[in-house]
Design a protein. Structure first.
Length: 241
């Protein structure tokens, strides 16, 4: 498969390594200040583009890839205010876009566990729920996209919580508090904590490195080739059985 990389930071390098190990060809790399490459014959020959950049540049990157007719797999977070535009492009204009706030298989198992546990804990109002997430100091958005996904699943299942807020902004009992920490080179730690007067229940996912994220992105690219529409990890991974 011919893959274009949009963004060539640490994730881009890890994706390149794994893609080559799986027999794919990296035919175009677009990094900062290289937008002219979207018009190159190399980029336009890609089967799919994998995009990991910044919230500020992501939407522009998607538009340019769509204009070139290239499907996009993206793990950039912090741009979801424009999600409807991307879904409309997929639904009405025949574009293909695969999005995940986190491509790690382990994290997606964690999502499923969080969803199930939240449904269970809705029955027990004696437990309050909060979240913590820790990432490296280079991460630009807070809370992380992964934390927001976890929070939205909690809000869907637990009726006593009406919304989420970051840190000390969560002043009301019906608000889910998310504490975000930025330390060193931590790849990502997410915890959901249920606490009562009697005990604490905590589930945690602790990433050891970026390999799991990069492998998931390449698997998503393999899955995306030849498909149309808006795709997610739920399409790639079937946890219903």
């Amino acid at each position: 498969m011919k893959i274009a990389l949009i963004g060539y930071g640490k994730m881009g390098h890890e994706i390149e390594k794994i893609a080559r190990e799986r027999g794919h060809e990296i035919i175009c790399i677009i990094d900062l200040n290289e937008e002219d490459k979207f018009n190159s014959s190399a980029f336009k020959s890609a089967d799919v583009a994998i995009e990991f950049t910044s919230p500020e540049s992501a939407l522009r990157n998607y538009r340019q890839a769509f204009a070139a007719g290239i499907p996009v797999v993206s793990g950039t977070t912090g741009w979801l205010a424009h999600l409807d535009e991307i879904k409309e492009a997929c639904g009405n204009n025949g574009k293909t876009f695969f999005y995940a706030s986190n491509f790690s298989l382990g994290v997606n198992i964690f999502f499923a566990l969080n969803n199930y546990l939240a449904g269970l804990m809705n029955r027990y109002p004696g437990y309050d729920v909060r979240m913590e997430e820790t990432h490296h100091i280079h991460k630009l958005d807070a809370p992380s996209g992964t934390a927001i996904t976890l929070a939205e699943d909690i809000l869907t299942n637990i009726g006593r919580k009406k919304g989420w807020a970051l840190g000390k902004d969560a002043t009301d009992d019906d608000t889910l508090r998310i504490d975000a920490f930025r330390e060193g080179e931590v790849p990502g730690i997410h915890s959901v904590i249920y606490e009562s007067d009697a005990d604490t229940i905590r589930i945690t996912h602790d990433a050891k490195n970026r390999k799991g994220f990069a492998l998931g992105a390449v698997l998503a690219a393999e899955f995306t080739k030849g498909k149309n529409g808006f795709l997610t990890m739920e399409d790639l991974l079937d946890f219903s059985h």
